[in-house]
Structure formats: structure tokens, C-alpha cells
Design a protein around this ligand. Structure first.
Ligand code: ZN
Length: 272
């Protein structure tokens, strides 16, 4: 990994003592942790060495041919998203607690999605392990399916613990009712690729997320190149709400941005 990449990673998480350790210890540049940090930060940026897309010759079925780094998109056997069917579940007791505070949100249109980064002071505890919220973004239609059902949108909340493990919480978005707080956020979507917008109000994510934390969980991958595996997925059972107008606006700006369903293979989906 190039030093400049690590510097970029550290620039966005200066307060992380872990990142300072990386900056002070060049030997750690090659560590898995740093690699995963990089993936979290570059998961949805268009400045990656090889450009990819959702349509045409650079669409999902061609990702592995665009770069050697993307081979895992083709050869991996624990890929995301998946169709969560109700016949495969084992019982699993998990204690998921959200600690999301009101914060200022900085949105960017990176060409693949609308992403909100630098969300300060937000984390979740999963079985008493703390995962900091690094960024969240949206897909339309949903990437995961539940019993074959596709939702109009899906929100991904990307977290990371101090050891570098990535936990993504997926929330389905249904259009059966409007969500006024999210509606306000939607009024400020950056329309141009590369455009950044600071949402003028402070927003609490707990106001838009479902109160019920019951979920499915499984081991998968990033749903965008380089399709890195070892990602823990939590898919909330209860959807959040968005208006059809908001979905239409997102698709008008970004286009449809869902990777096709991947084989479950030998994996087991667990349920809380
Ligand atoms: Zn995503």
C-alpha cells in the first residue's frame, strides 16, 4: 500500500489512536487492518484505479475483468448481496445497541451513490464490541432481497471496530409512508458527481431508523469493487420509510445502483 493512501485514511480519522499508530509505524502499512481501512474509505469512490459502473461494459458481470484487484468479485464464494430466505436461519442471540448522536452531515455524490462521511460520535455495540460509524450511503433498488422481495431502496451504515473489522448494517427502505426527517435530508442531495453538500440541519439517525433491532446476520463482502470478503452483515427486519418521490429523485441523480444477488453457498444466515 502506498504511503499516500494511508495518509488519506488517517486524514479522515485523526482522532483514532489506531490510525496514529499506523502513521508512526511504516511496517504496519501492509497490515490487513490498513487494507480494510482503505476499503471502507474507498468503497464507493470513482477515483479507484479502475472505473466501474452498474450498466454497460463496466457493469457488475464485468467487474473482475476491469482490474486484477477486482478478481474477488468473480472468484469469491462469500459475496454480497444475497437473497435472505426464511428457511436457512439458525437462532443467534445478539445484543445490538445503537449509540447514534445528532450530528452535522456532509454528503457527497461520488457517482456511485450519495454518501455521508465523517459522521462523528456515532457507534453501535454488538455483543459489547464497539463499532464506529464511518459512513452511510444508499442503493436503489435494494441490494439484499428478503424472501425474494426487492425493496425500493436500501441504506448501508458502514462501521469499523478498533481491530479493523467491518460491520455493515443494512436497512430496507419501503415507500408505504413518508418520513419527514429523511425528506428534509433528501432536499439537499448533491446532484452533480463530485459535488459536496453540508446538510444545514443537525440530524439524528435514530429519528429515521427503525426502533426494532431484530435482524438477520451473515458473513459476506463489500457489494462494490474490490468485493472484499470478511464483512459482517446485519440486515434489519423492519424497514424504514421513504417517499416514492425521494426514490425517484435518487435514481434520477445516481441511476440504479444495486449489484445482483450472489450465491449463498455454504453460508448460514442467522437470526436474532
Ligand atoms: Zn452499499
Amino acid at each position: 500500500m502506498k504511503q499516500s493512501t494511508v495518509s488519506t485514511v488517517c486524514a479522515v480519522s485523526l482522532r483514532s489512536s489506531l490510525c496514529m499508530l499506523i502513521a508512526l509505524t511504516p511496517l504496519l502499512f501492509l497490515s490487513t487492518l490498513a487494507a480494510e481501512n482503505q476499503h471502507v474509505q474507498t468503497v464507493h469512490t470513482k477515483d479507484h484505479p479502475a472505473h466501474w459502473d452498474y450498466l454497460g461494459v463496466k457493469s457488475a458481470s464485468h467487474w473482475s475483468m476491469l482490474s486484477k484487484e477486482y478478481m474477488g468479485c468473480e472468484t469469491g464464494n462469500r459475496q454480497s448481496p444475497i437473497d435472505i430466505t426464511t428457511t436457512h436461519h439458525g437462532d443467534h442471540q445478539q445484543n445490538l445497541v445503537f449509540h447514534y448522536k445528532t450530528s452535522q452531515l456532509h454528503e457527497i455524490n461520488n457517482g456511485h451513490t450519495i454518501q455521508v462521511s465523517h459522521v462523528s460520535g456515532c457507534h453501535v455495540d454488538l455483543n459489547d464490541r464497539e463499532y464506529k460509524l464511518r459512513q452511510f450511503h444508499f442503493h436503489s433498488p435494494s441490494e439484499h432481497h428478503i424472501d425474494g422481495k426487492t425493496y425500493p431502496m436500501e441504506m448501508h451504515l458502514v462501521h469499523q471496530d478498533e481491530a479493523g473489522h467491518v460491520l455493515v448494517i443494512a436497512v430496507m427502505m419501503e415507500t408505504d409512508a413518508s418520513q419527514p426527517v429523511l425528506g428534509k435530508f433528501w432536499q439537499w442531495l448533491p446532484g452533480q458527481i463530485g459535488q459536496k453538500v453540508t446538510f444545514p440541519l443537525e440530524l439524528s439517525l435514530t429519528d429515521i431508523l427503525p426502533a426494532n433491532t431484530q435482524h438477520y446476520t451473515y458473513s459476506g463482502s463489500l457489494t462494490t469493487p474490490p468485493c472484499t470478503e470478511g464483512i459482517q452483515w446485519i440486515v434489519l427486519k423492519e424497514p424504514m420509510h421513504v417517499s416514492q418521490q425521494d426514490v425517484d429523485q435518487f435514481v434520477q441523480i445516481i441511476g440504479k445502483n444495486a449489484r445482483p444477488i450472489q450465491p449463498l453457498g455454504e453460508r448460514v444466515i442467522e437470526e436474532d
